[in-house]
Design a protein around this ligand. Structure first.
Ligand code: SF4
Length: 468
């Protein structure tokens, strides 16, 4: 990559005024339509039909496995998780998960390779080495795993639940990407969110992961947590940068105690004021870019040698439920409670509670509870949003040729609605297309929302997290 390309990629411009004005609530667009549009008219029969249809394509498969259990509650958490130490409860869930694997695997041609695998939660490493081995053995027996270098097999790791041996074990099972939940290294912040882990413990895991040959290590951080200050977060960033993770995701803490009960444990007075949060974000972006990280988009950063950066340059970057990915679009089969599958033009979500998930499987049915069949209009909108989220630009002619439409006519209303964003310098717009400016790159979802036909800002204000 040459210098010009690097500058082009790191180019974000922090405009406080614009961020305050546009940084309201909005979807993260890990899918479009978003899960809010799912309803219960989608049935297991629809799912089976779409799975059968998908077998006529040569699209590979991606597997997501949800392990909802955690040993203790992190107060900021907004995930679908169960805090328990009850082994019998875990065993029952695993038994039902195995039944789901059996049911799902029968729906897909065995010739279809699993190119991507992601274990998320909750805490996948809640399971011990033996349980993880059994789960991987079961998945490998049921599906056709691609074990080539190209595979993208990732797992979310809570550093408090694994040691160096555990990391080596994950490598033996075939995982080649790790995502470590760091959030913040400052003791006062860790105490305020009930999640204590030392830099030494994390460094030890990073060393083991490098030694075990993990191709990519990613850290998650959160800004806006209680007790955080710019100075304290700066110390965390210094430690993190010293550990050189290949990728970083820096999320905004959304305090929604009415929706997420655990957040009621957080003293609202300890949360940084809005202007401090803005400073935290500005400082984080400047510091990471100065340390050589490249802003990929939507909270994600990567070192120049990372595949995400190359994928952005060569046009293969994808936005998906895990954020960004380098892999071409796969059909996504999600296993476990609350998992969302995406097959052809269908999204389907499993039951949200373990009680319902287990009861449906026990009855011999797929645990699909809701979803949506995406129509042609939404497929086009999804492609526009994908282009904006991944590449910051879109050519009307190229898009029109690929999707068989006259873009200017088809999206005439949306082009009109982009005009105020031009005045505010979030985008450049001309007859050839739209290009997101350096100021607009931090407000990608506000720009993408123009193409979302379900957005009603007033109505949705409280259902999405804040953009910033
Ligand atoms: S942040 Fe992760 S480990 Fe903590 S409660 Fe949520 S899912 Fe569990």
């Amino acid at each position: 990559m040459n210098t010009e390309q690097t500058e082009e990629l790191t180019g974000v411009c922090f405009d406080t005024d614009l961020i305050v004005r546009y940084g309201g609530r909005g979807p993260r667009y890990t899918s479009y339509p978003t899960a809010l549009q799912f309803d219960e008219s989608l049935t297991p029969d629809n799912y089976r039909e779409k799975a059968a249809e998908s077998n006529t394509s040569d699209v590979p498969l991606s597997l997501y496995v949800h392990i909802p259990f955690c040993h203790s509650l992190c107060y900021y958490c907004g995930c679908n998780k169960i805090v328990t130490r009850n082994e019998a409860r875990v065993e029952r869930y695993m038994e039902m998960l195995y039944r789901e694997i059996e049911m799902q695997s029968k729906l897909f041609d065995h010739s279809r390779k699993i190119e991507q695998l992601h274990f998320g939660g909750g805490t996948p490493t809640y399971l011990d080495n033996e349980q993880l081995s059994e789960l991987l053995d079961t998945l490998r027996a049921a599906f056709n795993f691609d074990d080539s270098e190209d595979r993208e097999f990732s797992i979310e790791v809570d550093p408090r639940t694994v040691d160096a041996d555990g990391i080596r074990h994950l490598a033996k099972l075939g995982f080649n990407r790790l995502s470590l939940g760091i959030q913040d290294f400052e003791p006062a912040v860790q105490q305020a969110v009930n999640r204590a882990q030392t830099p030494e413990e994390v460094q030890n895991l990073v060393d083991s992961a490098i030694g075990a040959g993990f191709g990519s290590i990613s850290f998650d951080l959160i800004y806006g947590l209680p007790q955080q200050t710019v100075e304290s977060f700066n110390r965390t960033l210094d430690i993190v940068i010293g550990m050189k993770p290949d990728r970083l995701a820096v999320y905004n803490y959304a305090h929604l105690p009415r929706r997420f009960k655990g957040q009621r444990m957080i003293n609202a007075n300890d949360i940084p004021a809005p202007e401090v949060k803005l400073e935290l974000l500005r400082h984080t972006i400047e510091k990471l870019c100065a340390a050589g990280y490249i802003y990929i988009g939507m909270d994600h950063f990567a070192l120049p040698g990372d595949e995400l950066v190359q994928a952005r340059l060569d046009g293969t970057l994808q936005r998906n439920f895990q954020g960004y990915s380098t892999h071409r679009q796969c059909d996504l089969v999600s296993l476990g409670v609350s998992g969302i599958s995406g097959i052809g033009n269908m999204f389907a979500q499993n039951a949200i509670t373990t009680m319902e998930y287990e009861a449906i499987i026990e009855s011999g049915e797929l645990p699909i509870k809701k979803g949506i069949l995406v129509d042609d209009d939404d497929l086009k909108r999804a492609a526009v949003i994908q282009a904006l989220m991944c590449y910051d630009s879109l050519s009307f002619d190229d898009f029109g040729a690929e999707h068989g439409i006259d873009f200017r006519r088809y999206f005439a209303d949306e082009i009109k609605r982009l005009e105020p964003l031009v005045e505010d310098e979030l985008i450049d717009l001309d007859d050839a297309g739209v290009a997101i400016t350096q100021k607009g790159r931090l407000l990608l979802r506000s720009i993408a929302m123009v193409f979302d036909r379900y957005i009603d800002q007033a109505e949705n204000d409280n259902r999405f997290s804040k953009a910033i």
